[in-house]
Design a binder for this molecule. Structure first.
Ligand SMILES: *Cc1c(COP(=O)(O)O)cnc(C)c1O
Length: 431
């Protein structure tokens, strides 16, 4: 076996593989915000498992607890039997996350992916209300199993379905039309007009920041108005916080401080804190009308993930230090973005996102991909998002140091300047 040999992936792994096409390194170790390939070459991680590694790779406190648990013979698989690890997580989640925020939810552990949590939320909303239709927003991303895919907007993903993706009505997300246009006016009007052709939905599913859809941001005002419309028509409000939650926007939940109280919340990606699969659907207790085992799954609540998830809450969320740090880093990224938009004006860049889910939108989508490619050549792991992959997404672990953050942004700047100076703009501008 050769070092960094990729032959077996090319030969044996399905065409469906995607991230590895932009970076052919064979990763072997990882620590904090850095990945190492088999040659020991370092790569700075500005993707963080698409938001699954908010506390970085192999955080020592989480790793130590996990290793100890395994060494002690802690139970690994347990269906939904009671385990000490699950109790530890639930008690800590209640004490550190729910109680201080005066939130009252029961937790449904679903299969371990985000899509599983979304499926459970949609299914329960339909069961509770007896309505088939749900509302989702333009450019929303909620996973790729059929129910979750039906609420996802992305055409590339929808194209793989093979069956009609129905029982979903699509509404324009915040800012989808002109920046100042009230995108909820149509939804509100349609609900109050019996002949609008819009069926009363079971629920609305929404991201406060659209992670895959291009870092589009919903304001507190927009979210409150959405909640008001939902309440007026007894429609359940589901916030999909799978990517924007667990601290990504600077608070544990992305909707904190907005004055909204979702009926259900989905969490997954960084919930385990260690990159282990774990997903939960938080349900307002009155809505929890499941019959025992009615919605089940073999891998609901993975004990190793409970151990690291509990530890992550203990380490990061007991006081205001970590959120403050995230907000400082977010400001640093924001200042960088403002400077790039101003200094590199021929690239026609604009700022997207909030918290540590920000990015640069390019007027010409191919320049976003070109910049990403150049950054990857400089060993930065980075991806694009948005309907035309026009948004370069800065998604470091929240625990990244300021020095690492600055180093990553410098790579981005160098790549942007290279795109601007040499490769792409000049020949076209000279035409
Ligand atoms: C990633 C993601 C999902 C799907 O999670 P999977 O684990 O990939 O199934 C759902 N919603 C949002 C907002 C996501 O970012």
């Amino acid at each position: 076996m050769d070092i960094n040999d990729t032959a077996v992936f090319d030969k044996l792994e399905s065409n469906v593989r995607s991230y590895c096409r932009g970076n052919s390194a064979v990763f072997e170790r990882a620590e904090g915000a850095t990945l190492f390939d088999e040659n020991g070459e370092a790569y700075l991680d500005f993707l963080a498992g698409a938001g699954s590694l908010n506390y970085g790779h192999n955080h020592p406190a989480l790793r130590d607890q996990l290793v100890q648990y395994i060494t002690d013979g802690g139970v690994t698989h347990s269906l939904d039997f009671h385990t000490a690890a699950k109790r530890g997580f639930l008690e800590t989640f209640q004490e550190i996350i729910l109680q201080p925020r005066q939130m009252n939810y029961v937790a449904q552990f679903t299969g371990p992916t985000g899509a599983n949590a979304v499926e459970a939320a949609l299914k329960l909303a339909r069961k509770v209300t007896g309505r088939a239709s749900v509302v989702a927003f333009t450019n929303g991303f909620h996973g790729v199993t059929l129910g979750a895919l039906a609420v996802t907007g992305n055409q590339h993903h929808r194209g793989g379905a093979g069956v009609p993706l129905d029982n979903v009505q699509r509404m324009p997300f915040a800012g989808y039309l002109d920046a100042d246009m009230d995108t909820l006016a149509y939804f509100e009007k349609a609900l109050s007009d019996k002949s609008s052709g819009v069926d009363l939905p079971a629920c609305v599913i929404v991201e406060t920041v659209q992670g895959e859809g291009g870092l589009n941001v919903a304001s507190g005002t927009w979210m409150r108005r959405l909640q008001k419309i939902c309440r007026a028509h007894s429609i359940l409000l589901v916030v999909d916080d799978i990517q924007a939650g667990c601290g990504r926007t600077g608070t544990f939940f992305s909707f904190e401080g907005m004055g909204v109280e979702p009926d259900m919340v989905t969490l997954s990606k960084s919930l385990s804190g260690y990159g282990l699969p774990l997903a939960v659907t938080l349900i307002r207790p009155e809505l929890d009308c499941w019959l025992p085992g009615e919605h089940n799954g073999t891998f609901r609540g993975f004990n190793h993930a409970f151990v690291t998830a509990k530890t992550a809450l203990d380490v990061f969320w007991k006081d205001e230090q970590f959120p403050t740090e995230i907000q400082e880093k977010s400001k640093f990224v924001q200042e960088f973005i403002t400077r790039m938009c101003r200094d590199l004006s021929p690239l026609k860049l604009s700022a997207k996102g909030r918290g540590l889910m920000q990015g640069l939108s390019f007027d010409r989508p191919e320049l976003a991909s070109a910049t990403a490619e150049l950054a990857r050549e400089r060993n930065l792991v980075i991806e694009t998002a948005g309907p035309n992959d026009e948004v370069l997404k800065f998604f470091p672990p929240l625990t990244i140091t300021f020095d690492e953050l600055a180093a990553g942004l410098e790579i981005v700047e160098d790549s942007l300047r290279e795109v601007l100076d040499e490769k792409i703009i000049s020949p076209i501008a000279a035409e």
